[in-house]
Each structure stands twice: as C-alpha cells, then as structure tokens.
Design a binder for this molecule. Sequence first.
Ligand SMILES: C[S@@+](CC[C@H](N)C(=O)[O-])C[C@H]1O[C@@H](n2cnc3c(N)ncnc32)[C@H](O)[C@@H]1O
Length: 324
Amino acid sequence: MPDQDTSGSLPVWSGVRTGPLQPGERVTLTDPKGRRHSLLLTAGKTFHTTKGGIAHDDLIGGPEGVVVSSAQGVQYLAFRSLMAEFTTRMPRGAQVVYPKDAAQIVMGTDVFPGARVLEAGAGSGALSCALLRAVGPTGRLTSYERREDFAEVAARNVANFFGTGSTAPLDSGHPCWDLRVGDLVEALDAPDAATAVGPVDRVVLDMLAPWECVDGVARVLEPGGVFCAYVATTTQLGRTVETLRAHTGFTEPEATETLVRAWHAEGLAVRPAHNMVGHTGFLITARRLAPGVVAPVKKRRPAPGAYGEDYTGPRREAPPAEAR
Ligand SMILES: C[S@@+](CC[C@H](N)C(=O)[O-])C[C@H]1O[C@@H](n2cnc3c(N)ncnc32)[C@H](O)[C@@H]1O
C-alpha cells in the first residue's frame, strides 16, 4: 500500500513507510565495521553473510531501528532504506543518478508540489523516484525512455519504492507518473508536441544528447520554467550550453558540478575521509524566456580563442552592431 497521511486515507506518495516491517520492503543492514548491505524482505528467505545467515522473518513484523544477529552472533543494525540507499541498491538497467546530484537537480530546478515535469531518459527510475516525491500527489511527471527493457526496470523500481503493488509490465501503478517508451527528440518534434508532451513547468534531461531537445523543449516549457540537463562529460556540457545560448530563448546557462566529501570524526582525528566519489556528472540549468523575447547578449567578451578556428559547435549569431 502507498504511504498514507497521518489523518487517514490520503496517499501522499512519499515512498516512506512506517509501522512494522513488511515483505517487499527494502532494508539496510549495517555491520560492526559500518559496511552496508541491502535486502528486499521476503518471507522465509535468509540473508547470507560470511558470519552466518540472518532470517528475513526475524525482521518481518517488527520495528526498524533494531539489532539482528547472524547465526554466528555478529550484530547488524536494521533500518528501512532511505531513498538514497534504495536508488543506489535497486536493480539497474541504465546507470542511475547519484543521490548528491538528484538532490541538486530537485533544488536547482525548483521542483514543487503540483509541478508538471518532463523527464528523459527514465533509465532505472532513480531520478523519477526523487521527482515523483517532489511533485507530490497533485503533480505530474512525464518520463520518456527509448529502451523498453530499461523502462520496465524503471517501472518496477518506482512500483517498489512507492509500494504500489503493481507488477504489470511498464505500469508502476503510480497515478502521477506517465512513463512513455519512446524517443523524446521525436516526441518533441511531432506536430502535437505542445499538447501531447507539454505544457510543462520543468524539464530534466539525463540522456546522451540533451542539446537535440533544446528547440523542442522551448515549445513545451512555460515561460519562467527551468531546463536542466545532467551530463557526464565536458564535451556534452559545452554542446548543451552553446545550443541553449544559440537558441536565444533561454537565460544564460549555468553549469555546476557537485562534490560531496565525507569527514572522519573521532577524538582528535577529525579530517576528510580518504575516499570519495570522484566524478559523476555536470548540471546545466537555464530558464525559458517568454515567447518572442530574446536573451540579452552577454556583456563579457568570450575568452581569447574560445571560438577560434578549432571551434565547430553551435554559436549564437553576432547581434547587429547597434545592439552591442
Ligand atoms: C543515464 S540513463 C538515465 C538514468 C536515470 N536518470 C536514473 O536515475 O535511473 C540515460 C537514459 O536515457 C535514455 N535515452 C537516451 N536518449 C534518449 C532519448 N532521445 N529519448 C528517450 N530516452 C533516451 C537511455 O536509453 C538511458 O536509459
């Protein structure tokens, strides 16, 4: 069952469940060395560790925040998985958006309860979970995924995260999610895109070539709406930024990278952790201008050579001399 509000029967679609642990829920076990293990509770099943098994039935029906022991007496802390743990441990088709980036995307695009959001590609559904939680029960997320096998994985993951109970292929059972198998570029280029895809308040693209969507996104994104692309490489970043700039219907794009460094804090040994996630991706955001409005030309001159003879990518036309 989807999560309920505290007053009664209204599903709030947070993906958070309370009360006794149930079969089908994902639980994180933490061992004495701080290592985390993820398991999907299944009646009668055993989670095997090098120090003996742990019966899922020891957890099912009880509270979370408890200590369970393996057959050889090693103790594990057991909690329901948080969304960040769930999305990094769930089955994958495509590579998922890391939690640090999903958090930045939700804040950077200012996704709000009730928002209409367009996403591509759905991949494994990790970012879809974060976006669905952010838009809430009155919002709408339309997600395109061109690979049917990936879309099926995404649908299962979203169904499990929100506890809808749906097992139908490509149907997550989430009433606010419209998962479509198809190519977003083609959908945006179709004559009926303005009504079949849009209008939308936010666009979030995690796909190989987001620049191919810029013209189409401009047709469905409301003025003031936020465009966001998450890309893995600098070449994708440059191409997306230049395409947005050349379009002229968006604000000057902003590009960021998010680095999260854990800290070790023990007595006098307070220092950064030795390991961290080095690289995931870059975020590019820009806002849609009103129809017919052209973004003012940047006052600062490009760096010498930025658009030299080696540069072959998209470029905004030079404005007439009187406008400079
Ligand atoms: C990195 S994955 C997305 C992962 C996803 N955000 C998540 O957190 O699970 C990129 C996905 O974009 C899909 N894709 C690439 N180009 C596409 C397009 N033009 N239309 C729809 N999906 C596309 C790919 O099939 C792939 O599944």
